[in-house]
Design a protein around this ligand. Structure first.
Ligand code: HEC
Ligand code: HEC
Length: 373
């Protein structure tokens, strides 16, 4: 079994912190057999997840129940839907995910449709229009909302979650609530989630979860990894490569990783654990979680290098995580309730931070650890 498929779990608090970074407890789920009969082609061959490692712990892996993933990763094909209102809406949702820059980006001709602040697509990160296993897919996401999210300290809807990526990953404005864009994106997510059971996590959701390092991630080494493995596509200044010219709303062949046209510092991709796992399982573009190109260490280090670069700042970040004890260990900004430096929160190691938070939670009667997201 490949080690990169390991997922973390352990004590209740470690488990909550797993949720804090992956949004779901991969590996503690029984097979959603119903999807085996779902219509639509499967993008991949049979795959089974490996056993599990303790959260944040370097060293020997904890024994764990095997993840009983569905044998096939189901990808429904929106083009097979009829040309009725539902089919049109789902396909519009897919196009909004795949060509965000052309439909609601900052360079579209109608100013009333400029919602994203950068020229990325949702699928710059939610790969293959949000259908790639461990490429931040949308399968199973629809059924998981509403849920409690530590970042807002409140129960939020799937619409709220999408607005979160609009204002952070896309560095833009909220979509009009109930408007055609939001309706279409939600419809597309519902369509992709069809056949995945409600109330059970989807193995393959999120960016994956490899073991953490026992040391801090090393941005200086990451710079060398970047020069060897990333610069050809993402450019020496992380600026990516546009399809055409500035102003044409055609987006990027290779998206920027930092700078003015990138995600902002409140985005999920600006957290080390999500970024390192995403990069390990998906970059250079085209690799998969089954056959990563980078070593785990190189992935941690290059993610740290990317995070050390400048990017747009999101206002009001101090309002995030109103319950301080629910802030995930790798949150890049405070206020922190523990005594660890911002640098350690950004680069790890995260194990000692989690232990401290666990202690604080145990000592506090008023703020139980939530299933932080
Ligand atoms: C710069 C990268 C990036 C871009 C661009 C981006 N997202 Fe995300 N998105 C993330 C990350 C990282 C997460 C957190 C995944 C996790 O918690 O495992 C996320 C989470 C989500 C989730 C919740 C997924 C889940 O598994 O619970 C939704 C829904 C979502 N994004 C929608 C969108 C939409 C719609 C767009 C485009 C308007 C978009 N995102 C653009 C990086 C991005
Ligand atoms: C062969 C070209 C190529 C190489 C090499 C490559 N990437 Fe990417 N990368 C892409 C493409 C293309 C996307 C967007 C996927 C899409 O739009 O379908 C992407 C997306 C990303 C994203 C999320 C989107 C964003 O704008 O932040 C990150 C982070 C990323 N790559 C990091 C890296 C890192 C780090 C390396 C080196 C280890 C790397 N990539 C190597 C082509 C590449």
């Amino acid at each position: 079994m490949p080690s990169f498929m390991t997922v973390a779990y352990g004590s209740v608090v470690a488990f909550a912190l797993v949720l804090a970074t992956t949004g779901h407890p991969v590996g503690l789920v029984s097979a959603p057999t119903s999807v085996m009969h779902a219509p639509g082609p499967s993008s991949g061959a049979a795959a089974v997840n490996a056993p599990v490692n303790a959260a944040g712990a370097a060293g020997p892996r904890a024994a764990a129940p095997a993840d009983t993933a569905p044998a096939a990763w189901i990808v429904h094909d929106a083009d097979k839907l009829p040309d009725d209102s539902w089919g049109k809406t789902v396909r519009y949702g897919r196009d909004l995910v795949a060509k965000t820059y052309a439909l609601i980006g900052p360079e579209v001709s109608d100013p009333a449709h400029r919602f994203s602040g950068n020229n990325l697509a949702c699928q710059s990160c939610h790969l293959e229009a949000g259908t790639k296993r461990y490429g931040l897919p949308f399968q199973g996401v629809y059924a998981d909302f509403p849920n409690y999210r530590a970042r807002s300290g409140a129960v939020g809807t799937i619409e709220d979650r999408i607005q979160g990526c609009m204002t952070r990953s896309m560095n833009g404005k909220q979509l009009p609530p109930g408007g055609p864009e939001m309706t279409a994106i939600v419809a597309y997510m519902k369509f992709l989630s069809d056949g995945w059971p409600a109330g059970a996590p989807t193995p393959g959701r999120g960016p994956g979860r490899m073991p953490e390092l026992s040391r801090s991630a090393d941005p200086a080494h990451g710079q060398r990894v970047y020069a060897q493995n990333c610069v050809a596509c993402h450019g020496p200044a992380g600026q990516g490569q546009r399809v055409g010219a500035v102003g044409d709303a055609k987006g990027y062949t290779f998206p920027p990783l930092w700078g003015a046209d990138s995600f902002n510092d409140g985005a999920g991709m600006d957290r080390l654990i999500a970024a390192a796992n995403f990069i390990h399982g998906n970059m250079p573009n085209g690799v998969s979680w089954r056959a990563p190109a980078l070593s785990e260490q190189d992935a941690w280090d290059v993610a740290a290098f990317v995070q050390a670069q400048p990017r747009p700042h999101k206002p009001n970040l101090d309002k995030d995580y109103p319950v301080g004890l629910q802030r995930p260990a790798d949150s890049g900004y405070g206020p922190y309730v523990d005594e660890f430096s911002q640098e350690q929160h950004r680069l790890g190691p995260f194990g000692p931070i989690r232990s401290k938070i666990k202690e604080l939670v145990a000592a506090s009667s008023s703020a139980p650890a939530a299933e932080a997201r």
